[in-house]
Ligand binder design. Structure first.
Ligand SMILES: Cc1ncc(COP(=O)(O)O)c(C=O)c1O
Length: 350
């Protein structure tokens, strides 16, 4: 605290990202990164961009990448908005598309950045409880609100909701924007992007951090009706005109031009996820059904906190949230087969 801080900063409660320790040989299963790495075509595209052109500003609108994403998702470029990671897209949409005089609805167990954005913009957030089986009940999203946001699959539960349930929420809220945060959609879910032409109140966000294995490049995007995209652009251009640098624009485009790498990477994560789930169940864990690149699991007898600590002492880190309803759970990112074997051996020893 300092006398130089604005009153707003004094009251901010910032998001706490998962740790990025600099410990060699760590089995790092705590921040849902993709263990298989980006396509070599992405690396080549970034290297090709490492030249004198770096003295020039990048394209502020990222037109080439927007065109690529529009073609990939069968929409128009005016329906695509780019951001420096999907976190930045989320920050802008909380400002641009939610009504600030009514509560923003999101699940009680969800991505913990949502309440942080509410705090940043001084908007009320209302946590809507998941069911006892940790699912979103669409009927709970019929109450008055200033906007709705949830991840699908949800994080940190990994639970996926079918598009028919998303349509129920959209139809119940024609005057409000409903945001589906699809950070993990490529690991077995069906994207709601196919609904954007039908629902002008739907905005879908995605990221290249997970399935495309580019968390370090910081690229995310939103797809929705051009009017929603225009609002996002107004905020973006009041904040930072160049959120994506030249390397990110080139690398992201190349990531969508290597479908085979993408498909293999997702398949690798999914098959390891099924193997890890079975192994954990064999060790006495309850594992929620996941369509993400992580599983959310609690042991029937052992404490989540102790298990996380025990793994840490063996150089394996997973995410433990000391929060109501989920304090016995561990969120475990799916790693390579070797990392997952180390995880299972780690649990066996505890
Ligand atoms: C549900 C959800 N949304 C959004 C993000 C942000 O992703 P990024 O900013 O890397 O695109 C994450 C990151 O873990 C996430 O879990």
């Amino acid at each position: 605290m300092s006398k130089f801080w604005s009153p707003k900063v004094k009251n901010l409660v910032p998001y706490v990202p998962g740790e990025q320790p600099k410990i060699p040989n760590l089995v790092k299963l705590n921040t849902n990164e993709n263990p298989f790495g980006p396509s070599p075509k992405v690396i080549a595209a970034i290297q090709a961009e490492l030249n004198d052109s770096l003295r020039l500003y990048p394209d502020p609108e990222g037109d080439t990448l927007r065109q690529t994403l529009a073609e990939y998702h069968s929409v128009q470029p005016e329906q695509v908005f780019l951001g420096n990671g999907s976190d930045e897209v989320l920050a802008h949409l909380f400002y641009a598309l939610f009504q600030h005089d009514q509560p923003i609805l999101y699940p009680d167990i969800t991505y913990s950045f949502y309440p942080v954005y509410c705090g940043l913009y001084n908007v009320e957030g209302k946590a809507v409880p998941l069911t006892d089986s940790f699912e979103i009940n669409p009927e709970d999203y019929t109450q008055p609100n200033g906007g709705i946001i949830f991840p699908n699959p949800n994080a940190p539960t990994g639970r996926y909701m079918g598009l028919e349930h998303i349509e129920t929420i959209l139809q119940a809220n024609p005057e409000r924007v409903v945001v589906v945060d699809e950070a993990y959609i490529d690991f077995g879910g069906e994207t709601a992007i196919k609904l954007v032409d039908q629902y002008p109140n739907l905005l879908v966000t995605q990221t290249l951090s997970k399935a495309r294995s580019l968390a370090g490049l910081r690229v995310g995007f939103a797809i929705g009706h051009p009017d929603l995209i225009e609002a996002l652009n107004r905020v973006k251009n009041s904040f930072n005109s160049y959120p994506l640098d030249r390397l990110a624009l080139a690398g992201a485009k190349a990531a969508y031009e290597d479908e085979e790498w993408f498909r293999k990477s997702c398949e690798g994560v999914i098959s390891e996820r099924e193997r890890v789930t079975q192994s954990l169940e064999g060790l006495g864990f309850e594992v929620l059904p996941s369509k993400a690149n992580f599983v959310f699991a609690r042991h029937t007898e052992k404490s989540g906190e102790n298990l996380a600590q025990g793994l840490r002492e063996q150089g394996i880190i997973v995410r433990h949230f000391n929060k109501p309803r989920i304090s016995e759970f561990l969120r475990i990112t799916i790693g390579t087969a070797e990392q997952n074997d180390a995880l299972i051996r780690g649990f066996q020893s505890l």
